[in-house]
Design a protein around this ligand. Structure first.
Ligand SMILES: [Zn+2]
Length: 107
């Protein structure tokens, strides 16, 4: 079972206490964007086998949204961090790179 530590309240929450929110760090496009940009934002999602950044909500806890980095193949969790970030923290990226030398880095 997937277990993620909520970065706000510090609880190690099991998957049943959490609500998934899809891919993290989506760049939003609105009025004035091209059809291709909006289409990409609305419908295109990464689906990697390996390191992935996701949104989760501590639904049966503090209720806050946070972000998690985990491996989709092994369910290894690299870390969690607050949702108010535009990209994964540098120290988390370094930790992932140390564990997965072939990881291409956050794009
Ligand atoms: Zn929480």
């Amino acid at each position: 079972m997937l277990t993620l530590e909520c970065p706000y309240c510090g609880v190690k929450a099991e998957e049943t206490e959490l609500q998934p929110g899809g891919e993290a760090h989506l760049k939003r496009y609105g009025p004035g964007s091209t059809d291709e940009e909006f289409d990409g934002y609305m419908f295109s999602r990464k689906n990697p086998k390996g390191v992935h950044f996701e949104r989760w909500r501590h639904a049966y806890g503090c209720g806050k949204w946070f972000l998690a980095a985990r491996c989709t193949a092994t369910l290894e969790v690299f870390g969690t961090y607050p949702a108010q970030t535009s990209e994964p923290p540098a120290e988390l990226q370094a930790k992932i790179k140390a564990k997965r030398p072939n990881w291409e880095g956050y794009k």
